[in-house]
Unconditional design. Structure first.
Length: 980
């Protein structure tokens, strides 16, 4: 009987296996690898696509596609892949190596209370974190509104009306302000307050040195302002916590024609005079205190706001970063969009105001929701509580024998002269408290929102040796002198956050509904594939995302003693080792917190290496004409002169032109910046020769890692001649895009460039204490667990297969589309890499249809547009990634083929040339159900051109008017009547 039952069971299992092989469905039982879940197509779908393009297997495809002389002839030496459960268990043990003490170090980083409703519904919500930058405004109105709230929050608190939608961090924002001031005034010297946070000084110095911008020390009390000073930069309050009277300084600066930049604490501005009220020109800072975890230094949203004195938005038009602006759609309804895009690197290239591309949109959204949730009254209450805690501690310090306060006006931070720092430190360690220990023997303490009465009791003990009870503390605080700093000469004089959005959603139910309403306006990866070329919108797996909210990672101060951060040390060490193995480089820096920042850091390494060799004259940077806009913008920031290199008709670097340029500039050549596979979507067969030729000319090779998703496990930049690359961990290695950030752009280098990687003023890296490009020593360390988890679960086989599947998916889609849309570039074998470009130029002449019309029409089919008009004008670039299954790719193909048929109907005269589904796209739900429908085609064709469109995500506004928005720039929440 048992033998018969066993035989029957075996028969059923065999039948199930056969059915699976026939249908292509997956085995979801225990033992299924993470790679199988990450990669979209099933085994059957994979084989169907291989058969369609004429290959037996993945290895045959990539052996044909990847040039033989660069192919990796070995397996990557990476740990064996783990499943999700085992990975989380291992990473949990690593996280426990971090010892999270109470940190009152300050220096721009403060513990805060992250509202659970925001953590759960924004930070842990794939609908918010998997969106792309809102270039397609009609399907991005939710996050555009949230970012407009962020801009309004910053503008109100700083008192300066023009602001952007986030920068990378406070330090890079300060550096951006300095270079903006120089561009505006045409002067090239700045004075900075020596009491800026040290990391701010470090990053400013790094930015100014290659640009020959002189940096001097500012004496606030007796400023010596020469006529060549572009700006003065002051920390407000300063790094020691003191609030200085800045009115005379600001008046003197303006009389001298210099700008005033204040580096601000956003929470303090709820009770302190705003920079605008002080008559400053620029305010920068970090929004970290508004509900964003410490994360060992990031990611956090930097900000910048500027004055609008001449009424022409002159500073706003010089401001870096993305700006959300108010405009209208084709129906005259209010709509939001990215404003003033002609300032940005993807258009202006080496003439851009900055190289910034990815910013910190997700963290800006969290900070904005924190302000929406609390509103102005609660924010002010939080700030006053923090200030009163500092004042209470100060009162005990004043009464003690061994301590003296260094200043009298402060918000939350005290600098204390102590007689016996050893005793103070011993007591602090006894209580597991981190303080700031100055070189002069003083001790700093910075209070924050999370400081409870029990914490204050411990701090009183640390500084005075006295033991007070919580009851005594509460009684003394009630008797505490009031109103303290708020109503002094430093107190705020203007209201803030009066718009209804900051005064309507103070219960959790209200806020959840508001956040969900915004989320439901946008297309993200939860709805459909986002086929943006050069963006790699792949799966962001839940298991990868879970650890970033663990307190052992989230609550670690970046300047805590390194012995408390052994978990992060292990995590960083693992990643540096693995990334070196994946790329063939010798050393990695994880400090750059975006791809553009990584480019900049890599070019600085090249520049400083050449200077160390006595070759300062080498400043020519060769850049192919197809390069990403950040490349020339980054080269300009490193004070290199950009010389373009032509492309041939295959989309490859024109080797003849390259050779001529190398020969012409052989005594001045610093570097070439090249992307591989090329931005034209091909594996160039001459890449090894290109690298060798540049080296022969005395230059270094910078290989942009934006397209690394086609190389992992197949070839390594460090093997075929590159000297330095940045990687986009938010592309290839699964950190989500977050609607425009965060990103991580670590750089890998060969050994000769390793001494020139970024250091850090507070936490030296490999002995290097200068040259920082980001505020924190390890950049956006708080999201590094995502990449660690991805590599740990994929292993060498999974990573290689991901690259192969990305290439297969792209070639499958390209072949299906090539008869309707010519493929602009293919390699000698007729293949593309992991992305491809559709030629749409002919449609303008034949039907009056432009590429933007196709992009907007795709919204009616439920899809986000591919990348438009880059790197080739009037074209679409598609990158499907390995995570999309065949069914989803087929739907996008069917949508594009259907749109091509609509263009044919226009060409034949069957559809009107001006009033057709493409020119009128996108069609909103409101327009389709309206009583009035006067368009010469059916509502069904407009809204439901394919069966799956009944389940699509609708655009919520009609086509936006870009020109109107730029002519009438509004970058804060408009008055409520405009919503009617």
């Amino acid at each position: 009987m048992q033998r018969a039952a066993r035989s029957l069971l075996q028969g059923r299992l065999a039948a199930a296996a056969a059915a699976q092989a026939t249908t292509g469905t997956r085995n979801v039982a225990i033992g299924m690898s993470f790679a199988d879940r990450h990669i979209g197509p099933s085994r059957l779908e994979k084989q169907q696509m291989l058969d369609y393009i004429g290959f037996k297997n993945l290895d045959e495809l990539t052996a044909t596609n990847v040039p033989k002389d660069i192919r990796l002839g070995k397996e990557l030496d990476l740990p064996r892949a783990l499943d999700e459960h085992r990975m989380l268990r291992e990473l949990r043990e690593i996280s426990k190596m971090n010892k999270v003490w109470r940190s009152y170090i300050g220096v721009g980083y403060y513990d805060c209370i992250v509202p659970a409703v925001i953590q759960r519904n924004i930070l842990q919500n794939i609908g918010w974190i998997s969106q792309y930058t809102p270039y397609q405004a009609e399907i991005s109105q939710g996050r555009l509104e949230s970012l407009l709230n962020f801009q309004t929050m910053v503008a109100d608190l700083t008192g300066l009306p023009m602001t952007n939608a986030s920068l990378l961090d406070e330090s890079t924002a300060a550096a951006e302000a300095v270079t903006m001031a120089c561009r505006t005034t045409k002067r090239y010297k700045v004075l900075i307050d020596p009491l800026l946070h040290p990391q701010n000084i470090d990053v400013i110095n790094t930015r100014c040195e290659p640009l020959d911008i002189g940096v001097g020390k500012l004496d606030i009390d007796a400023p010596a302002l020469a006529k060549d000073i572009a700006a003065v930069v002051v920390q407000y309050p300063n790094t020691q916590g003191s609030i200085e009277n800045l009115e005379a300084l600001i008046k003197n600066a303006h009389e001298n024609g210099s700008l005033v930049v204040l580096v601000c604490d956003l929470l303090s501005l709820t009770i302190l005079r705003s920079p605008g009220d002080l008559n400053a020109d620029v305010a920068v800072g970090s929004a970290q205190r508004f509900g964003v975890p410490l994360g060992y230094g990031g990611p956090h949203a930097g900000f910048m706001s500027v004055a609008n004195r001449d009424g022409r938005n002159s500073l706003a038009r010089m401001m870096p970063g993305r700006i959300i602006g108010v405009t209208k759609d084709t129906n005259g309804n209010r709509a939001l969009r990215l404003a003033l895009q002609t300032r940005e690197q993807h258009i202006r290239r080496d003439k851009a105001t900055s190289n910034i591309c990815t910013a910190q949109a997700l963290l800006a959204n969290m900070a904005a929701m924190y302000a929406v949730y609390h509103g102005p009254k609660r924010l002010e209450e939080i700030a006053r509580t923090v200030h009163k805690s500092a004042a209470y501690l100060a009162s005990h310090i004043k009464e003690s024998d061994g301590c003296t306060l260094r200043h009298k006006d402060y918000f939350d931070t005290l600098k204390v002269q102590v007689n016996d720092v050893t005793t103070i430190k011993k007591r602090a360690e006894e209580k597991q408290i981190n303080l700031r220990y100055y070189d002069d023997g003083d001790v700093g303490v910075a209070l924050d929102e999370s400081c409870e009465p029990e914490d204050l009791v411990d701090l009183v003990y640390v500084f005075t040796g006295k033991t007070v009870s919580v009851e005594e503390l509460e009684r003394e605080r009630q008797e505490q002198a009031s109103p303290l700093i708020g109503n002094s000469m430093h107190g705020r004089r203007s209201s803030f956050l009066q718009h209804s959005v900051f005064n309507s959603y103070h219960s959790e139910q209200q806020l959840v509904r508001y956040m969900k309403r915004l989320e439901n306006k946008d297309v993200s990866l939860v709805h459909s594939m986002i086929p943006l070329g050069s963006c790699t919108m792949k799966l962001n797996a839940s298991a990868e995302l879970m650890p970033i909210t663990w307190p052992q990672f989230g609550n670690m101060h970046p300047f805590a003693p390194t012995e408390q951060a052994r978990g992060y040390t292990r995590l960083v060490g693992d990643l540096e080792k693995w990334l070196c193995e994946i790329t063939g480089y010798d050393k990695f820096s994880l400090q750059p917190n975006s791809g553009a920042n990584g480019e900049y850091a890599g070019l600085l390494a090249i520049r400083n290496y050449l200077i160390s060799k006595g070759q300062e004259q080498r400043k020519i940077c060769l850049i192919p004409s197809s390069a990403h806009g950040t490349n020339p913008a980054s080269a300009q920031m490193a004070n290199m002169k950009v010389v373009p290199v032509a492309s041939d008709h295959h989309g490859n670097i024109d080797y003849k032109d390259l050779t001529a340029k190398v020969e012409k500039y052989k005594d001045e050549l610093a570097a070439i910046m090249v992307t591989y596979p090329s931005t034209h979507g091909v594996f160039e067969s001459t890449i090894k020769d290109v690298c060798a030729r540049v080296h022969e000319g005395g230059g270094q090779v910078y290989l942009d890692g934006a397209n690394m998703n086609a190389q992992v496990g197949l070839c390594r930049p460090g093997d075929y001649g590159s000297d330095v690359s940045h990687l986009n961990l938010h592309k290839t290695f699964c950190i989500p895009h977050g609607g425009g950030g965060p990103g991580v752009g670590p750089i890998g280098v060969k050994s000769h460039l390793a001494p020139f990687l970024p250091g850090h003023a507070i936490v030296p890296i490999n002995g290097r204490s200068e040259g920082a490009v980001s505020a924190a020593p390890y950049g956006s360390a708080g999201i590094l667990p995502i990449t660690w988890a991805y590599i740990r679960m994929m292993g060498h086989q999974g990573l290689k297969k991901a690259s192969q599947m990305a290439i297969l998916n792209a070639n499958y889609m390209a072949k299906r589309l090539e008869k309707a849309y010519p493929i602009v570039y293919k390699d000698e074998q007729g293949l593309v890499a992991h992305e491809f470009i559709l030629d749409c130029k002919a449609f303008k002449k034949s039907a009056g249809i432009e590429v933007v019309d196709i992009a907007k029409r795709l919204m009616d089919y439920g899809f986000h547009s591919p990348t438009m008009s880059w790197p080739v004008h009037d074209c679409l670039m598609i990158e499907p990634t390995e995570s999309e299954d065949k069914g989803e790719m087929d739907r996008l193909v069917e949508a594009l083929l259907a749109i091509r048929e609509e263009i044919v109907m226009i060409e034949r005269g069957e559809l009107d040339k001006t009033k057709n589904p493409l020119k009128m796209a996108p069609h909103t739900q409101a327009s389709v159900i309206s009583d009035s429908w006067d368009l010469p085609y059916s509502r069904e064709l407009a809204a439901y051109p394919k069966p799956w469109c009944y389940h699509k995500q609708w655009p919520t506004v009609g086509r936006v008017d870009d020109q109107y928005g730029d002519r009438n720039l509004v970058c804060t929440c408009p008055p409520m009547e405009s919503y009617q």
